[in-house]
Design a protein around this ligand. Structure first.
Ligand code: SF4
Ligand code: SF4
Length: 310
């Protein structure tokens, strides 16, 4: 069983270092991960979707595998796909164990039942010591309310920010209540998206503090693409006054979603977006940035690589 108490309160969310969202070189990405590690961040979250296990293969030998909490997730739905996902993570990231393995994007008891064969295989991996903890990620209050009593689940990875951006089926109050229920039943909480994919960057201290200071949240996954972001987040985490210059630098680095003009309007991305942020207009996909939380789920399903978050 993983000793979660040694995990840093900030988890490096490496979607921000995925080819879906980032055009830095491998070396630059690695330097960021290493910089964060040297500043005390030892918890790193990825996903099969993020296509960046190769970064971990370079990172582990530098810092020592045993010094990192490594978390990943996939859409596995059967014993076979769970086995494939776990083996892919192990081989491509060059490790022989995964601290946390989660099912990506669970919505309710119904999706959980639909993925239960995958859970069965993950439980066997856990018994064999290949996986430390099993969990799921979600943008749904219902998923937590339906699953917080499941003994198969150790950790829950919900979207969590002070305005409730990106919660598909409820408010931040309802999400908070669900998280409290889960915590009271001994589940770990790894919150995600304190900035709601960039919607809450106008008051970054408030956004981060909302998650960092919540006593029901064990750790918060934050995407970081600049050293300044790492420094800023750590300052807020440690209750220090963040440098105003950092704030200025970061306010110029807002992210957005771009759709290339070679989009064929197939609609696959529209179907994937849980936020209702995409639609097809005159044969091409268009995004409503008021709704988008920059999760990249759409980018991963576009076979023509039209969607980039930059
Ligand atoms: S999946 Fe790609 S090609 Fe299809 S509508 Fe979306 S952006 Fe366009
Ligand atoms: S448009 Fe894409 S990145 Fe934005 S919320 Fe929808 S799936 Fe996520």
């Amino acid at each position: 069983m993983l000793d979660f108490t040694r995990a840093s309160g900030i988890c490096y969310g490496t979607l921000s270092l995925s080819p879906l969202q980032c055009e830095l070189s491998q070396n630059e990405k690695l330097q960021l991960m290493h910089y964060a590690f040297e500043k005390g961040i030892n918890f790193y979250d990825t996903a099969e979707l993020y296509q960046n296990y190769d970064l971990f293969k370079m990172f582990f030998p530098i810092v020592g595998r045993q010094n990192v909490i490594f978390s990943t997730k996939s859409y596995a739905y059967s014993e076979k796909t769970a086995e494939e996902s776990v083996n892919k993570a192990l081989i491509e990231s060059g490790t022989d164990y995964i601290d946390i393995f989660m099912l990506h994007e669970q919505e309710s008891i119904h999706t959980f039942r639909g993925h239960y064969d995958a859970i069965k295989r993950l439980l066997r991996f856990k018994k064999e010591g290949v996986i430390g903890l099993i969990g799921f990620s979600t943008h749904y209050v219902k998923a937590i309310k339906d699953l917080y009593l499941k003994e198969e689940i150790d950790i829950i990875h919900p979207i969590f920010n002070y305005q409730g951006w990106g919660i598909v089926d409820g408010t931040i109050q309802e999400m908070t209540e669900a998280i409290i229920l889960a915590k009271e039943n001994h589940k770990l909480i790894l919150a995600m998206k304190p900035f709601a994919g960039g919607h809450l960057t106008s008051d970054p201290v408030k956004s981060l503090q909302f998650s960092f200071q919540n006593k029901y949240v064990d750790a918060t996954a934050v995407g970081m693409r600049y050293k300044e972001e790492i420094d800023f987040n750590l300052a807020v985490f440690h209750n220090q006054q963040p440098d105003s210059i950092l704030l200025k630098v970061l306010s110029h680095k807002k992210r957005t979603l771009k759709i290339a003009d070679w989009c064929k309007g197939c609609g696959a991305c529209v179907e994937k977006c849980q936020q209702g942020a995409l639609k097809i207009e005159e044969g091409q996909c268009v995004v409503d940035m008021e709704k988008c939380v920059l999760c990249s789920y759409c980018a991963a399903v576009c076979k023509d690589f039209c969607i980039k978050i930059i």
